[in-house]
Ligand binder design. Structure first.
Ligand SMILES: NC(=O)c1ccc[n+]([C@@H]2O[C@H](COP(=O)([O-])OP(=O)(O)OC[C@H]3O[C@@H](n4cnc5c(N)ncnc54)[C@H](O)[C@@H]3O)[C@@H](O)[C@H]2O)c1
Ligand SMILES: [Zn+2]
Length: 356
């Protein structure tokens, strides 16, 4: 069992990481519960695989659990789902000291967290992330929320979990594409904060893609540490936390332009990371060999590195509407050397130039 502590003063919490921990979660969860009433929110894929195990484990220690299953997929991440779940919380008579558990990927985590943030002005919640992306990214840091019709993650809150339980074994049932999408975010951590992590992935890539237990544990732990460190310094994204958006400016635009259908998130971010690295190369912040390493590692991981036949003007127009661009300047996270990035203003022409 490995533990990573996220230090956020009165909102601090531990992340427990261990293979097979779903079976004996009750040993660790008790001290994070204020009553024995637990509402599990999961989705239609994860429920078939892991809901029983979790419920059994919780009921063994005398908890009163009930669950709800939402339809798997990003389409569920909307305000209608939130309304239904809030009504369900009330029907089940959840109180201020009850706990909501999110069992699933980032979609379930964002939804369940938002319900927990708003029900009775905020009740406790616990993350049990089951995708690699959720284990290394979305379950840590307290951003929760849902999409509006034309705006991703626009309705939301900051609501930190009481604890995160990562069973590294559950990603065995994920398809390879989802694994690669999660790996994309891990590579991002290497680029923004940890050159050794980047080297480690380069060196061990084939075993990582075969889900070598020790390596996967190491990657998840290191990712949680890095995200935790950044979030501890800047919980509400006033400055440093923005570096987590490396690759996301162009990535988000590509996802939106393709209707969130053609690319999964980590794939779009991979393309965005190559584009941002190219801008850094043009500005001579990084040399060509580091640029090539970034590109090669993403490609060897089975991730896309080109935006295909999208219109580059459409990409730039969407970036200009990105909610992260204050004062209409285009902000980009650019690499400066292995393990280090910074925030810069980038011109429209520079972006068009690298998209050529
Ligand atoms: N809050 C944050 O800080 C943050 C950060 C990054 C991403 N996100 C959000 O996360 C979401 C994406 O998360 P995701 O990639 O986990 O997608 P997801 O939750 O849709 O999961 C992907 C698919 O895998 C299935 N699945 C989950 N666990 C499984 C398992 N162990 N075995 C087999 N199948 C499994 C799900 O049912 C789903 O079909 C997006 O909505 C994104 O906005 C949030
Ligand atoms: Zn991301």
């Amino acid at each position: 069992m490995q533990i990573v502590n996220i230090n956020l003063k009165e909102h601090s919490y531990p992340i427990y990481i261990s293979k097979g921990m779903l079976n004996n979660l009750s040993c660790y969860i008790e001290k994070h519960l204020r009553s024995n009433k637990i509402f599990i929110i999961t989705d239609s894929n994860v429920s078939n695989l892991y809901l029983n195990i979790l419920e059994k484990s919780l009921e063994l220690s005398g908890n009163n659990t009930f669950h709800t299953i939402i339809k798997a997929g990003e389409e569920s991440k909307n305000l209608e789902t939130i309304k239904e779940l809030l009504e369900e919380c009330y029907r089940h008579e959840l109180l201020r000291d009850s706990t909501i558990i999110a069992l699933g990927g980032g979609v379930v985590g964002d939804i369940a967290g938002f319900v927990a943030a708003t029900y009775m002005r905020g009740i406790d919640f616990i993350q049990v992330p089951t995708t690699l992306l959720a284990q290394v990214d979305s379950s840590v840091g307290g951003k929760v929320g849902v999409n509006l019709k034309n705006g991703k993650n626009i309705a939301g809150a900051f609501h930190q979990p009481k604890a995160v339980f990562i069973d590294t074994g559950v990603i065995k049932t994920l398809n390879k594409r989802e694994i690669r999408g999660g790996l994309s975010e891990i590579i991002k951590y290497g680029i923004i904060r940890d050159a050794d992590l980047f080297n480690y992935i380069e060196y061990n890539l084939s075993e990582i893609l075969n889900l070598n237990d020790d390596m996967i544990s190491h990657l998840i732990k290191r990712s949680c540490e890095i995200k935790g460190e950044i979030v501890s310094i800047d919980e509400k994204e006033n400055n440093l936390r923005a570096i987590l958006n490396y690759g996301h400016t162009i990535g988000h635009a590509i996802e939106a332009l393709t209707g969130y259908k053609k690319y999964i998130h980590g794939e779009a971010v991979a393309i965005g990371m190559v584009c941002a690295a190219k801008i850094a190369l043009n500005r001579k912040y990084i040399d060509v060999s580091y640029y090539e390493r970034i590109k090669s590692l993403l490609k060897a991981s089975g991730l896309p590195i080109n935006y295909g036949n999208l219109n580059k003007n459409d990409i730039v127009n969407l970036i200009k509407h990105d909610k992260k661009n204050r004062e209409s300047k285009i902000k980009f996270i650019l690499p400066k050397c292995p393990g280090k990035v910074d925030i810069f203003d980038v011109t429209e022409d520079e972006i068009l130039n690298i998209l050529n």
